[in-house]
Design a protein around this ligand. Structure first.
Ligand code: GTP
Ligand code: MG
Length: 320
């Protein structure tokens, strides 16, 4: 099976080959692991990268997930990892604290956040990981860009209470471009990092005017207004994050038993019955003949084949 490596992966690999220190090599390997397409054709490569990560970590005397004094990596948890980025004081920490219950690192002055902080945001019956990061500015340390690169998608905060929001937006865009993190909707889709832009502090009396100006200047940019003070836009934002992550939930059931509705299997959109079976156990997948499917748009126990594409919230019963 061809590996179909993404441009992001290839860039990380090029950086890996040029890396001079163990720290740099580790960062590049982590980026390679998070950007390599996850399918059977790359299983050996994934295993090889994991082995190399373990070796470099060992050489650095570092346990999994441990952090070095000047470098941070956040291990993924839950259904997807969203890194929150933005200009200083744009409301990143307030948003993450409000949605995850993380102890607030919220302050009225800029450059308050200096380390990453990850928390879990409940969305319906799953948890999405949000990572708060230090602001993007000229002195932002390289590990912040590493966290943005390795995340599944970005949540970009644009401060609607700030008169200088256009300049702030341009500065943040410039820094992302320089780090070769492509977020512009006009970008080649193969290189584009999935990004949701939110206009924070939309409770500000002049927020609507500023948003209108921003939209006029930036044309096609879609910006969802949100506020942690009033709660406006937050449910819509969660839904958009879920949709953009490109994941689906599948509930499994045993014949004659009710479905397990508490613990969905998380799969990529486009996954099939056999992928769902594989997720439970490789033996279930190996023995699988067909499945029965239930959903709220017409399926009531119909027989489907192994290659049938499952959809969000399907209930699947495996038959060997
Ligand atoms: N009115 C209003 N103020 C907000 C909202 N969200 C955040 N703020 C205020 O904006 C200021 C900055 O918030 P932070 O969450 O610390 O911003 P940050 O982007 O994490 O800042 P740095 O870590 O320094 O980059 C604080 O005074 C917050 O109380 C909001 O929805 N409405
Ligand atoms: Mg902060």
């Amino acid at each position: 099976m061809p590996a179909n490596l993404s441009p992001e992966y290839k860039e990380a690999e090029t950086r890996y080959r040029a890396a001079k220190t163990a720290e740099e090599r580790l960062a590049c390997l982590e980026e390679m692991l998070s950007t390599i397409p996850k399918h059977k054709g790359t299983e050996k490569m994934q295993a090889d990268i994991k082995t190399r990560i373990a070796k470099v970590r060992k050489s650095l005397g570092q346990k999994k997930g441990a952090k070095r004094a000047d470098w941070f990596h956040v291990d993924k948890q839950g259904a997807g990892q969203v890194a929150v980025l933005g200009a200083p004081n744009s409301g990143k920490s307030a948003l993450v604290a409000h949605l995850t219950g993380l102890p607030a690192q919220v302050t009225a002055y800029p450059f308050a956040t200096t380390m990453p902080a990850a928390g879990m945001m409940p969305y319906q019956d799953i948890q999405i990981q949000l990572v708060d990061t230090p602001p993007l500015a000229r002195e932002t340390p390289p590990w912040v860009f590493h966290i943005l690169r390795t995340s599944d998608m970005l949540l970009w905060t644009i401060d609607l209470s700030d008169d200088a929001l256009l300049e702030a937006l341009e500065e943040t865009s410039g820094l992302l471009d320089k780090a070769r993190i492509m977020t512009d909707p006009g970008e080649d889709p193969a290189r584009l990092k999935k990004t949701l832009r939110v206009g924070t502090k939309c409770d500000d009396p002049q927020a609507a005017d500023r948003l209108a100006i921003l939209k006029e200047m930036e044309g096609e940019l879609e910006i969802l207004p949100v506020s942690v003070q009033t709660g406006q836009g937050l449910e819509e934002m969660k839904l958009r994050l879920f949709q953009a992550l490109g994941i689906i939930r599948v509930y499994t059931k045993k014949p004659g038993k009710p479905a397990d509705m508490d613990d969905p299997v998380i799969l990529r959109a486009g996954a099939t019955v056999i992928d769902a079976a594989f997720h439970l156990h490789k033996d279930i997948a190996a023995r699988l003949c067909f499945a029965r499917l239930w959903n709220d748009h017409g399926c009531d126990g119909q027989r489907v084949e192994r290659a049938h594409v499952v959809e969000d919230q399907d209930i699947v019963e495996f038959h060997s």
